[in-house]
Design a protein. Sequence first.
Length: 443
Amino acid sequence: MGVADTARAPDRPELPGAGPDSGAGDGGGDGSDSLFRNAYALMLSTGVSAALGLGFWLVAARYYTEDAVGQGSAAIAAMRLLASITATTMFGAVVRYVPRAGRGTGPLVRRVYVVSSLVVCAASLVFLATLGRWGPSYAPLGGLVPGLVFTLSCVAWAILTLQEGVLTGLRKSFWVPVGNAVFSLGKLVLLAVLAATLPVLGVFVSWAAAMALSVVPLGWLVFRTLIPRQAAADRGRPPLRHADVARFMAGDSVGSLFSLAMINLLPVMVAVRFDAAHNAFFYTAYTVGGTMEFMAINMASSLTAHASYDPAGLAAGVRGALRRTLLLLVPVVAVIVAFAPLVLTPFGGSYAAHGTTVLRLLALATLPRVVVELYIGVLRVQGRTGVLAALQGAMCLGVLGGAAVLMGRTGIAGAGTAVLCSMVLVALFAAFGLRRALRVPPP
């Protein structure tokens, strides 16, 4: 992105669809096929996770009490928040620089994993030391053994998230749905098995234990096969300059922290504001609605990885990504909005009664989110991390600030209203940025 474009290998072969005959200029092509193969693999991963995740919360709602589901979802939300302190802030840099790291890919990924694990451990210890301040939903995490399990889970989730970024950067995203399917099936089986022995912590422990089923085998594949293969193929690529990576991360991490706060603090705010049962109603709708927005996030990540490796394909990639993502999402959003009560009814009548409005609002918010996420991908490719941080900061402020005000008036539906309004406003600005990206000649 930007400053790192000087590292482009002079003998790199042109990628399919990136040249003048790709048809991108007249709408006849959507850019590189590799971009969309990676994007569709990530979307398949989202679909697999969504389907199996729906089964997970269905089983949880049937075999665990509403309070247990609320406490388990609160612990999962806290784990994802703490893990994302480093995973989210480093994810953009991983997707941006792994495609062009060459022989330095292995050392780069190892450093990212080590730094992430150390920071997450420290953050988890601070959270556990102040557990009493976070409300009754987090009470089951007190004690040495639950605290140790929670800390290890935070580290594993951070690595799992970064591992997806590494696979995207290596342009091997088809392994992502495999790993997610193993993880999702594992936690579903463990959830049913632990219902009798861990009636309170079973929701969280099943999620935590299943992560090892994905992290370990895919980590072996990445370090033993995929990274050495890329290093051998890109022997002629100049090494990355650490100053360039550090400069990029300094800006990108600020924006990522805003995104982290927006995504993960919102359910924590709900857990602190409402009782465990209402937290369960919100978190279930938030999980279903959030699945759709990850389709846009995944397409943007694939765009970043592709355009980082081949900057000339940026405009064609943006055009095709926008068209294909909306073609996939619009029908899904329409179905969710129309049949939201039926979607939530399998969890129980109370889930449908209290979560329908939230689910509809979050589903509608995914459409402007497509524009926002693709513009974020463009900014990463261009190295404009200052604008990226400002954009994500405005989005975060709108969501969390709006939720803090509206939840007092409309309950958990206020959080969904805040998300929708914020996404629409930010997307209006991002749309102008995307138009400029389509008009700028490739570097």
